[in-house]
Write a protein that binds this ligand. Structure first.
Ligand code: FE2
Length: 273
């Protein structure tokens, strides 16, 4: 079974890359399931319902988020009625929407996707370890779920690695998002869980984290905001992580990064042949 996870979409350039490239990738490489973190898709801040629909039309089976989940106020409403939209599972009780959901893949497999947010150098949310444990034990691998994907939206690589080791052998993939830079540590952990500290972003890398670079550079130089952050408009690199899944166990057989377009090195998973 083939899974693709795409990192944080930033702005129009990231959206354009996803809608232009994803349908062809699904078709050409027979991808069974696609998860996309879309939390910066609407001008860098959150997602509109129209964007969510466009991503689903392009082939996203689940759309994860993070600290920007509700930057667009309409998300408070569509989070309830759109099962493919996830917000972090450890948001306060009563937050609209859901933090995990079970989906049917193109090959008929049941895939649990869980979105959780870290707490190191981030908001003081509920314990992410307890939250992800709750979701995974409610829908265990090999029982209700044939594969489990955890998007751990966090700043600190220590916290990302810790949650991955904590879940090793119980989920298919733990992938970090939020820092917008793909890390070179993709591997299969001892228990069979695929891991990469950060998937990178789908956005223009000639930027500061996907944002047009002049304003962030100015703020570092002067500490005086003199404009808004706006997404960089150059060609995006589609960045993500691909996993080949053992259908008998739901664990990873192979994991590799993917980067297509834009200014980064071009990489396709070798096992996609
Ligand atoms: Fe984020």
């Amino acid at each position: 079974m083939r899974l693709l996870f795409l990192g944080d979409i930033v702005g129009r350039s990231g959206r354009a890359a996803v809608t232009a490239l994803l349908p062809g990738l699904i078709d050409r490489y027979s991808l069974d399931f696609v998860v996309i973190n879309g939390e910066n898709a609407a001008g860098g801040f959150g997602m509109t319902e129209e964007i969510v629909t466009d991503l689903i039309d392009a082939g996203a089976d689940a759309i994860t988020t993070g600290n920007h989940a509700f930057d667009q106020r309409e998300a408070l409403v569509f989070a309830e009625r759109q099962p493919r939209f996830l917000r972090p599972a450890n948001f306060p009780a009563g937050t609209p929407g859901r933090g995990a959901n079970l989906y049917s893949a193109r090959n008929g497999a049941n895939v649990l996707v869980c979105n959780v947010m870290g707490r190191v150098f981030m908001d003081a949310l509920d314990d992410p370890f307890a939250a992800v444990d709750r979701e995974v034990s409610a829908c265990p691998l090999g029982e209700q779920a044939d594969a489990i994907v955890v998007d751990f939206h966090a700043e600190a690589t220590s916290e990302k690695q810790a949650v991955a080791h904590h879940l090793d052998g119980r989920v298919t993939l733990v992938v970090g998002t939020h820092t917008h830079v793909p890390t070179a540590d993709h591997r299969i952990l001892a228990g069979g869980t695929a891991y990469q500290s950060d998937a990178g972003m789908c956005g223009d890398y000639d930027s500061v984290l996907g944002m047009e670079k002049d304003e962030p550079v100015r703020r570092f130089l002067t500490k005086i905001p003199s404009g808004r952050f706006t997404p960089a408009a150059g060609a995006a690199t589609l960045c993500g992580v691909a996993v080949e899944i053992d259908e008998s166990t739901g664990l990873a057989l192979a994991v590799a990064p993917l980067s297509i377009g834009g200014v980064l090195e071009q990489r396709l998973p070798p096992f996609w042949g």
